[in-house]
Design a protein around this ligand. Structure first.
Ligand SMILES: C[S@@+](CC[C@H](N)C(=O)[O-])C[C@H]1O[C@@H](n2cnc3c(N)ncnc32)[C@H](O)[C@@H]1O
Length: 161
């Protein structure tokens, strides 16, 4: 039976000791991988913090509940660590971003997105107008990065299941 994890679930001293010896600096950590790069959000976690806590405080197939989920950093890390994830937030934008970041696509949907991204790259490269269309030229690589992020994320989640 899967358990719902909430803060304070494990209060034993071994657990507290393990949390104390973890290096919480993450100074050299890469933080913009997979779908974490999708949208900015105020006071976002770096993914390494919820990742470390989820690993210490829960087990595979547990359910992680983040009642102030914001942009869904904890939810993404929970799913990557093979936990179920539930998020709540008062801000509809937070719910939308969280839902988008935890969405996986079918193979054919991924193919369509990849084709769209390639087409956007081609169009951006072919623009020769004297005043560059900065928005489009910057949006195109970002779209490509996003599609790659979703592709990897979907791949990891499907290999988890
Ligand atoms: C610091 S942000 C969380 C950021 C999140 N950890 C992330 O990585 O994106 C705090 C969130 O709590 C939400 N919040 C504040 N008070 C709330 C309440 N009473 N009920 C639900 N959500 C609330 C805010 O809308 C905000 O999105």
């Amino acid at each position: 039976m899967a358990r719902v994890f909430c803060a304070g679930y494990r209060r034993d001293s071994t657990f507290r000791q393990r949390l104390r010896i973890l290096d919480w600096d993450f100074a050299d950590a890469t933080t913009n991988y997979l779908t974490h790069v999708l949208h900015p959000y105020p006071a976002k976690f770096i993914p390494q913090i919820p990742n470390a806590l989820i690993q210490e405080l829960s087990s595979v197939e547990d359910t992680v509940l983040d009642i102030f989920c914001g942009s869904g950093t904890t939810l993404v890390e929970s799913l990557l660590l093979k936990r179920n994830a539930v998020g709540i937030d008062a801000n509809p934008l937070a719910c939308l971003v969280s839902r988008a970041k935890t969405t996986t696509f079918s193979r054919s949907e991924m193919d369509s997105l990849s084709a769209l991204s390639v087409r956007a790259q081609e169009l951006a490269a072919s623009l020769t107008i004297p005043i560059p269309n900065l928005l489009f030229q910057h949006a195109s690589p970002k779209l490509c990065t996003l599609v790659q992020g979703f592709s990897c994320y979907t791949g990891i989640l499907s290999s988890n299941s």
